[in-house]
Design a protein around this ligand. Structure first.
Ligand SMILES: Nc1ncnc2c1ncn2[C@@H]1O[C@H](COP(=O)(O)OP(=O)(O)OP(=O)(O)O)[C@@H](O)[C@H]1O
Length: 264
């Protein structure tokens, strides 16, 4: 199995403070990773390294076999799909859902010319359908609910047929129904053998879809645990990660966590 991502002794330092602190981490082809950790732990910073938008202060980052610093990132970026809040902010609100997905194929955020290939449009509609967004194709992005926007952005990230798919808090801000709908769809994607390798940042273990294989826990820029989810997603590791006593339970193929009550 070849490596999709390899970080060796990576630190990102800002104002003399490490945001990511000597992280070594390997993601192999086909793996689906979840990154968990408290606010400010460095999760988004790790995703920014993985997407080639951030370079490490020290250490080496290799993405899809190419080392950052020794590769043209403009050739690398079209091979990486990314969906997250930062992307949502860049999307023109008056652009249709279909165009929001289609423009990804051309490395743009906004509709430029009416010259999209018919096959691209067919593919965009098929992906929207898989994410339950077919009937929204002609709606403008700005009129969508939070959940619909998130599904549109995931469709956009998949449109380019990436080798690595990065999802930054895809379920944040969704209500229970919206979260469960998204988890089911991500589960289908995660279990699809031809889907790309995936890395998802989340704050809640309840958002981990079935099919995710590995977990990386981060606290204050340092890796607390990393490896197969069934070995590493333990009460002990999660408590260390969040700095309070937590119990994590698995029920069938889903996870849940809760804090122990305070002693009175
Ligand atoms: N350019 C920067 N300069 C200084 N500090 C920064 C910079 N970018 C991020 N930080 C800090 O780095 C830390 C890690 O940020 P990051 O966004 O990676 O955390 P996170 O785990 O994704 O947090 P959250 O769960 O709140 O989204 C935070 O304390 C943040 O304030």
């Amino acid at each position: 199995m070849s490596d999709v991502l390899e970080l060796v002794d990576v630190s990102v330092v800002r104002d003399g403070r490490p945001l990511v602190d000597q992280v070594s981490w390997k993601v192999s082809e086909g793996e689906r990773w979840v990154i968990v950790g408290p606010n400010g732990a460095g999760k988004t910073t790790l995703l920014n390294l993985a997407s080639s938008y951030l370079f490490p202060t020290t250490g080496t980052v290799s993405i899809l076999g190419d080392r950052l610093g020794a590769v043209d990132v403009f050739e690398l970026r079209p091979r990486i799909g990314m969906a997250g809040v930062a992307m949502a902010e860049k999307m023109p609100r008056r652009q249709t859902v279909l165009d929001t997905v289609l423009t990804a194929a051309y490395g743009m955020t906004a509709h430029w010319r009416e010259s999209y290939d018919e096959t691209d449009e067919t593919r965009a509609r098929m992906i929207l359908d898989r994410l339950g967004m077919a009937e929204f194709a002609d709606r403008t992005f700005g009129t969508l609910s939070e959940g619909e926007r998130k599904r549109t952005l995931i469709a956009r990230a998949i449109m380019i047929d990436p080798e690595l798919l990065l999802l930054d808090e895809p379920a944040a801000g969704l209500d229970l129904g919206g979260r469960e709908d998204l988890v089911r769809r991500l589960g289908r994607l995660a279990r699809d053998p031809i889907a790309p390798s995936m890395i998802m940042v989340t704050h809640h273990v309840e958002e981990i879809a079935p099919g995710f294989t590995h977990v990386l826990m981060l606290r204050q820029g340092k890796v607390i645990a990393a490896g197969p989810i069934e070995l590493e997603l333990t009460s002990r590791n999660l408590s260390l990660c969040f700095g309070l006593p937590l119990v994590v339970e698995r029920r069938e193929d889903r996870w849940t966590a809760y804090g122990l009550p305070l002693n009175s």
